[in-house]
Design a protein around this ligand. Structure first.
Ligand SMILES: [Zn+2]
Length: 312
């Protein structure tokens, strides 16, 4: 991280009830990205004298501070716990003025995307500050860990200082569900993917996008794709396509990249995108036109570079 970004991070949006000790403990990690390693989670829980689920609930206002909501003004915060690491990853919702609401990123999607990009293979739990909408229930149902102990945490207490919570499996929120197994698929979103793809390009941004395409999840169409966006200071964020058995809650590569960018730079920093490259395979569907449309809303001067990937 360069110094310019670090200097803008002096005022982390901590909830008022976070003590100076706790702020000091969390600030080093949160200055670099909106995630907290398991070791720090343990220290923070000890400091507060509470379990990690309660800590996740208490972090929700902090995650919600990252929301970009020019349309609704409704700030969603989510905190996901990696299945094997116990690391916490924040997520928040994002809206894009001037484009269809279907491009919006939901907080739960953002947290899952964040954890997935950081190498997590499934989640133990996801805390969220508002009941998951139907779209997110379906999105979460695609996750590899959903039937293996994954649970949703919701705050039950409404008074200040009352952080009681419920911990329920997704089947509570989505009974009689439709998911990957109904289409004969094993695994799921966040399972490790390494699609054997290559490109005829030496460009570094295209190769970053290729790595994202190789890691993308597209079991229903085979339309593997990924994007890499570059900021003015040279920082690159990638985005992976994440498909859904019900098709509609599928996560586009640009949504994925923007959600990651939002959670891995100082809270409410600009997009500052100066270049973008989409890599995708020949398939019955394409992300190209939708990507160009959304990119034009946030980076109107950037032309989308487009590279076809081929099987190795
Ligand atoms: Zn939602």
């Amino acid at each position: 991280m360069d110094n310019t970004k670090a200097e803008t991070m002096t005022d982390l949006p901590f909830p008022e009830d976070f003590t100076p000790e706790l702020r000091a403990l969390l600030a080093p990690d949160l200055t670099n990205a909106a995630m907290i390693p398991a070791a720090t989670v343990q220290k923070a829980s000890d400091l507060f004298g509470m379990d990690t689920s309660t800590f996740m609930i208490r972090l929700l206002p902090l995650a919600a501070a990252y929301a970009r909501v020019p349309l609704s003004g409704f700030h969603v915060g989510a905190v996901a716990m990696g299945r094997t690491t116990g690391n916490l990853y924040f997520g928040s919702n994002m809206e894009f003025s001037g484009h269809a609401l279907s491009f919006s990123v939901h907080g739960e999607q953002s947290a899952i995307n964040h954890a997935w990009h950081m190498g997590e293979v499934g989640l133990q739990a996801l805390a969220v500050n508002a009941a998951p909408c139907g779209y997110c229930r379906q999105f979460m149902n695609e996750m590899v860990s959903v039937g293996e102990g994954f649970h949703v945490l919701m705050r039950e207490g409404s008074d200040a200082g009352d952080f009681r919570y419920s911990a329920k499996p997704l089947s509570h929120y989505l009974p009689d569900s439709f998911g990957p197994t109904d289409l004969g698929m094993e695994g799921g979103l966040m399972s490790q993917q390494d699609q054997p793809l290559t490109i005829q390009s030496e460009d570094a941004l295209a190769h970053a996008a290729l790595q994202a395409a190789r890691a993308s999840y597209a079991p229903y169409t085979g339309a593997h794709c990924g994007i890499a966006v570059q900021q003015a200071d040279g920082t690159v964020f990638t985005g992976r396509y994440g498909e859904n058995a019900a098709y509609n809650p599928s996560f586009s590569p640009l949504e994925s990249a923007l959600a990651l960018l939002n959670m891995r730079q100082p809270c409410q920093s600009g997009y500052n995108i100066t270049a973008a490259t989409l890599v995708e395979v020949d398939a019955p569907i394409s992300q190209r036109s939708a990507t160009e449309a959304v990119l034009s809303a946030i980076a109107p001067d950037v032309h989308l570079s487009y590279v076809k990937a081929e099987p190795v």
